[in-house]
Design a protein around this ligand. Structure first.
Ligand code: APR
Length: 282
């Protein structure tokens, strides 16, 4: 069967761009592939996107105002309430077929002597749970906190605190600025280890932004999955890849044209990725 013709509810559909992606992926089996994921890859696991058309998309909920250091400074308990709710949702979620296919692709690619890295903008842990090995969490993680004080060993540029080591019982009983857990080292309030809208990638080495730039320079294929290209990291990767004429693809069902230089592969990640990897493994 032509790889671009997929059975879809009994109807055969053509997926534009799929064949080109497959051919390119085959051609770079012994080289470096960079995959950049966004919220769309986790939608089939029940985690809403930010700007997608899914009913739970959180963009409307003042996320640019609340997802900030300024908001945390004013209302640390409200900020934590928001992230603990997201953590609850993420904890219930299981990796879907797209996460699993990326693990299979990584195994296949490294088995051919190539390199394969996932850079995710997502703060859930679904790539880790699925088994991805080379992974950069460029926007941080819901599973980690850090000290909010600069200069503390558990704060930037390198410090993090596993969330499960913090005691949130007083906070859960009565959420307030006073009951936000304190840093075990300096007693300042802890904050989520998440990149906020009023912060820079360079603020914490855990975001590994320099590694991301290196991967973008070295990659012979860049595949964006489930992202709306709305924040800095996707634009930086695109700029590096454009300079080197690296082929770039974007898997997304929206039909919205990706930025210049990136070829659209229109469809859902959880359907297209397993098919791509099946075809690659032949
Ligand atoms: N498969 C692939 N893509 C999908 C799917 C699916 N099944 N369903 C929806 N999408 C697409 C949407 O069409 C949309 O283009 O996923 C994209 C999600 O875009 P956003 O919600 O903007 O998510 P993302 O690009 O990851 O956001 C980037 O912005 O708000 C900040 O820090 C936050 O990491 C986030 C960043």
């Amino acid at each position: 069967m032509d790889a671009s013709v997929r059975p879809c509810g009994g109807v055969f559909m053509t997926t534009l761009g799929f064949d080109e992606l497959l051919t390119t992926a085959r051609g770079v089996a012994a080289e470096s592939v960079l995959v950049v994921t966004g919220a769309g890859i986790s939608l089939a696991s029940g985690i809403p996107t930010f700007r997608g058309t899914d009913p739970g998309a959180v963009w409307a909920n003042e996320v640019t105002q609340k997802g900030t250091r300024a908001y945390f400074k004013l209302f640390p308990h409200e900020s934590w309430k928001m992230y603990l709710q997201r953590l609850e949702l993420a904890r219930k979620a299981k990796p879907n077929a797209a996460h699993a296919a990326l693990v299979d692709w990584e195994r296949w690619q490294t088995g051919q002597g190539g390199g394969f890295t996932v850079v995710t903008q997502n703060v859930d842990s679904l790539h880790e749970q699925a088994g991805s090995q080379a992974l950069v969490k460029v926007h941080g993680s819901l599973q980690l906190a850090r000290c909010s004080a600069r200069g503390c060993e558990l704060g930037p540029p390198t410090g993090t605190i596993p969330l499960e080591t913090l005691d949130f019982s007083a906070f859960h009983a009565s959420p307030s600025a006073e009951t936000v857990p304190r840093c075990p080292s300096c007693r300042s309030r802890v904050r989520p280890h998440i990149l906020w809208f009023d912060e820079y990638y360079s603020e914490h080495l855990g975001y590994e932004i320099e590694r991301v730039y290196d991967l973008a320079r070295q990659g012979r294929l860049v595949v964006f999955i489930g992202t709306s290209f709305s924040v800095g990291v996707t634009e930086s990767i695109r700029a590096f890849a454009l300079k080197r004429r690296t082929p770039m693809f974007s898997i997304d069902p929206s039909g919205v044209a990706p930025p210049q230089g990136i070829q659209a592969v229109t469809g859902r990640a959880e359907e297209l990725l397993p098919e791509l990897v099946r075809s690659l493994r032949g």
